[in-house]
Design a protein around this ligand. Structure first.
Ligand SMILES: [Zn+2]
Length: 928
């Protein structure tokens, strides 16, 4: 027998597979699936492995089911990150060098070339392709492209022409996340930290301080009436600056921020924070108040100065209480100004004292603040002396008043910190002018997407809510950048289209990627693409024959059937691509995406995988150490695709042993030639169920469920089979049938072992293209399955009783339930009302005579029916099983199993006390 050697299986399968998965339009029905293409800026880890192996398993499954399958792959190299990486490598940044040289194992001579960003993406694109191939991904590599290919840029220009003409590309001023080091807006993908932070519009309340202003940022301008003091940090330096020509005092950080938000800022002098403490400021709406010291004031939050409203803000209340408990500022009292149901006179004091919070560090402080904020906004009313209006009205009115009369302006700031760019710099809010946006805020556009989403298959179904939420809250998206790789923005060629905006319709490009390469990019006008994708004819189209071939490809493959991606992309990429599709293919409903499968995340030994934190296990290392099939089977079997999975080496090792067991079993069984027994008919009958369930699971993308059936289900049947075979019997020729189906059921998961075994089984062609097994109803034998189920359950019962009584048995008696109990079983199993059925039974004359014996039996049988699986109960209700015959024919087996004589008897004619406990499908067992 040839040895189990995954390395060898891989080698020979790779030879068989060269060009095997290149897929062309044909007569078969198509199945087109694709997965978010990778950004190849570093090595692949096992988390990436799952992302690409799930679609591969699905591709292999549908290929075997007789569809023409397209599974393409390209590489997304657009954007700034790789430019930053090359800069850092050029500057010999030790952290970056360590990551690339030591973790990603880039040889020094190659690393030296990384000062050119294109070299980085070319290097890793080649590596990705190599590792994907090593994993057995059945990709049509002829269609590979990278997003800076000139032909791809022409395609993007065409796509954007349609977006522009539909009015979705606009220009305006807008606050955006911005990195001053990169001099570029910052996208979700460019962030190390703070990707959930939102830009919030604050009102600056301008307090007078001598000839200058001290501005404080607030979301609650109406609380100005309750200000008792300002807070300044005594440990930091403030600066006096001229903002638009007028003197302000703010933190140094704030001065930089204001300069990014349409203000001229000139720094004049530094003022230590401690010099501000105990000075007075004033505002027309609250009069004169002191500045108090507070080290919690963050110079990087808005202006670095805070107005204090202790009656309504828990943080202010506690800070003031702390100072007063230390004996300072005792004359200051909170000034309430809002009445709100559920809180006392001074809401902040009330809330803090009720919850027993002792200091500012208490982690309940944020929640408490939020609670009061929401309660006051929803149902709060200002006191009569402050106008008596509801908070939600007063807030806007006070803000407007301040803007009009008291010099207030707006400042943009994040709602949480820190927000850190990939380059390590703190991200700030900048107002960009001449910035281009995709107008995702357009309600009509949103509606088109929402309408189409309703027709889409989404897996798992619960992500639908998230898609709808995203469509709802999407705001205008800054779609151009100044730095990076990518396609020039057609209406301002100094800018580039940013990565999340040039990767939305490329699934259509895959259909022609291998053919469009043959055409000179200069000839690729928008009219050319209009013809290929929209069928719009125009005069003088070049290379008409080639265009027709591409049109044919597109019409055959599009729309795609399923797109696969991680769940964190719902809030951007996965939704963006729908927006773009509904515009580009506006009048072609039949070209819009059909379905999406959304993945969970990957953990490594329980912690989130992250390249930047070094917590990764490289996919290539995993394949080398454990074998590609092991990696695949582990990733597919440990969780369903939408669940999070956790990579643990020790579990992966046991997966490898499972594959070896499978291999050895098939090799041992495949040539069995004996005559079939009843147990063979049972094995083949059970196989039909496993085929049916595996197929149903894969239809629903449940890779784990499919493996449970296809691997563990069949393996456990085989264990029982061997146990039941008579001694000195090697099994029958039906085992070959089983092995042939088994190898095919597992082939999508472990294709390398699959190809090897398929050859050993003398299967025709490649297993990758072999017909998927189909369940044959004629081979299902309910009677035999029931008989074996009864036997297996009885063996289990005997084993557990034997453990309990701890004597060496001399004989075993199996007492079978009498016919009248079978009758009760049938009545209860068929009844729709389990509550009244016992009464019904007791109306039968024969049962009435049995009295308590019959009611007791009915109760026990009710419990038993609850415990038995429905597929056992249903047939038994129709027709009782001849249990006596089942046990008689298995007597030799039972005697061999337990090594004692076995007696089979009717409970009615037995004088054993225990015999009366016999129930249908649960005989009484007496061990002596
Ligand atoms: Zn940066």
């Amino acid at each position: 027998m040839s040895e189990f050697d995954l390395g060898k299986f891989e080698e020979s399968a790779h030879e068989l597979w060269t060009h095997a998965f290149e897929s062309n339009p044909g007569r078969l029905e198509k199945f087109y699936l694709n997965v978010a293409f990778p950004y190849p800026s570093g090595a692949m880890h096992v988390g990436h492995g799952r992302t690409y192996i799930v679609p591969d398993v699905v591709a292999r499954f549908w290929r075997m089911r007789g569809k023409q399958v397209l599974f393409p792959m390209g590489f997304h190299v657009t954007g700034a990150p790789v430019v930053g990486i090359s800069k850092r490598i050029a500057n010999k940044d030790p952290k970056t060098i360590h990551l690339y040289r030591d973790l990603y194992k880039v040889p020094q001579n190659v690393l030296d070339e990384f000062i050119d960003p294109l070299t980085i993406v070319r290097h890793f694109a080649a590596e990705y392709q190599r590792v994907m191939t090593a994993c057995g991904l059945s990709i049509d590599w002829r269609r590979r492209f990278i997003t800076v290919d000139p032909t791809y840029s022409k395609f993007i220009e065409w796509q954007w022409k349609h977006l522009y003409e539909a009015g979705h590309v606009i220009k305006g001023a807008h606050p955006v996340r911005f990195c001053t080091v990169d001099d570029n807006p910052v996208g979700d993908h460019d962030l190390l930290e703070g990707d959930k932070a939102e830009v919030i519009k604050f009102t600056l309340v301008m307090f007078r301080f001598g000839d200058a202003f001290i501005p404080t940022a607030t979301l609650r301008p109406e609380t100005i009436h309750g200000v008792t003091n300002l807070w300044a940090n005594p440990n930091i330096a403030y600066v006096k600056v001229l903002v638009d020509g007028r003197p302000w005092i703010v933190s140094r950080e704030a001065a930089e921020k204001l300069a990014l938000q349409d203000h001229t800022v000139e720094i004049r002098e530094e003022i230590p924070g401690k010099d501000l403490v105990d000075k007075k400021v004033s505002h027309p709406l609250c009069g004169e108040v002191p500045i108090l010291p507070a080290t919690f004031v963050d110079p990087d939050m808005a202006t670095g100065m805070v107005m204090s409203v202790p009656a309504h803000a828990p943080f202010d209340y506690i800070a003031l209480r702390d100072l007063q408990q230390a004996g300072h500022y005792r004359q200051i009292k909170p000034i309430p100004l809002i009445k709100v149901e559920g809180y006392g006179e001074v809401p902040a004091q009330d809330a803090v004292e009720k919850s027993g919070i002792r200091n500012q560090m208490d982690n309940r402080m944020d929640t408490l603040t939020q609670e009061i904020y929401s309660a006051e906004f929803a149902k709060g009313k200002l006191f009569e002396k402050y106008g008596g209006k509801p908070v939600r009205v007063a807030r806007d009115e006070v803000a407007a008043l301040m803007a009009e009369k008291y010099d207030s302006i707006v400042m943009y700031e994040f709602d949480q910190r820190p927000v850190v760019c990939r380059c390590g710099n703190r991200v700030k809010v900048k107002i960009l002018h001449d910035q281009w946006f995709l107008k995702y805020s357009d309600p009509a556009w949103k509606q088109q997407v929402a309408d189409h989403l309703r027709d889409m298959a989404l897996v798992p179904p619960e992500v639908r809510i998230e898609f709808n939420r995203t469509i709802d809250w999407l705001k205008d998206w800054a779609c151009t950048r100044r730095v990076g790789l990518g396609t020039r923005f057609p209406w301002d060629t100094a800018q580039l289209i940013e990565p999340l905006s040039d990767s939305t319709v490329y699934m259509a490009y895959y259909t022609i990627a291998h053919k469009i390469r043959e055409i000179d990019p200069k000839l690729l006008t928008p009219e050319v693409f209009d013809y290929i994708f929209l069928g719009k004819k125009s005069p003088d189209l070049p290379e008409k024959k080639k265009l027709d071939a591409m049109r044919e490809e597109f019409l055959y493959w599009y729309p795609y059937d399923f797109r696969f991606s991680a769940k964190d992309l719902i809030s951007n990429h996965l939704t963006f691509q729908l927006f773009h599709h509904v515009t580009v293919f506006e009048n072609q409903k039949d070209k819009l995406p059909r379905g999406m499968v959304v993945f969970g995340m990957g953990l490594l030994n329980g912690a989130k995988m992250s390249s930047s934190k070094g917590n990764v296990f490289l996919l290539e290392d995993a394949v080398q150490e454990f074998g590609a099939d092991t990696v695949r089977m582990f990733l597919m079997g440990s969780a369903e695709p939408w669940q999070d999975f956790d990579w643990r080496n020790e579990l992966v090792l046991s997966t490898k042993k499972q594959i070896e067991r499978f291999y050895t079993t098939v090799m041992e069984c495949k040539d069995a030639a004996g005559e079939p027994h009843d147990i063979d008919r049972w094995l083949i009958s059970r196989l039909q169920l496993h085929i049916e369930k595996t197929t149903a699971a894969l239809d629903n993308f449940q890779t784990r469920q499919a493996l449970q059936e296809a691997y563990f289900g069949i393996e456990s049947d085989l264990r029982w089979y061997w146990r039941r075979l008579p001694e000195n019997n090697d099994g029958s020729r039906e085992l070959h049938t089983l092995c042939s189906a088994w190898v095919r059921l597992l082939a999508p998961f472990i294709p390398f072992t699959g190809e090897h075994l398929w050859k050993e089984l003398a299967g025709e062609g490649l297993v990758s293209f072999a017909p998927w097994p189909s369940a044959d109803k004629n081979l299902v034998n309910e009677k035999i399955e029931l008989a074996e189920e009864l036997l297996a359950r009885t063996v289990e019962d005997i084993e557990s009783i034997r453990k309990l009584i701890q004597i060496t048995p001399r004989a075993l008696t199996i007492a079978i339930a009498p016919a009248w109990k079978q009758e009760i079983f049938a009545i209860i199993a068929q009844s729709t009302d389990r509550n009244t059925v016992i009464k019904e039974i007791m109306k039968i004359e024969a049962m009435k005579k049995r009295g308590k014996e019959a009611t007791d039996a009915a109760k026990q049988i009710t419990t038993l029916i609850h415990r038995l699986p429905p597929q056992v109960v249903a047939p038994l209700a129709r027709e009782p099983l001849n249990e006596k015959a089942v046990f008689e024919s298995a007597r030799a087996f039972l005697e061999h199993e337990f090594g004692v004589p076995v007696h089979i008897t009717e409970a009615d004619s037995s004088d054993h006390v225990k015999a009366v406990t016999a129930l249908p499908f649960k005989p009484a067992i007496v061990i002596e």
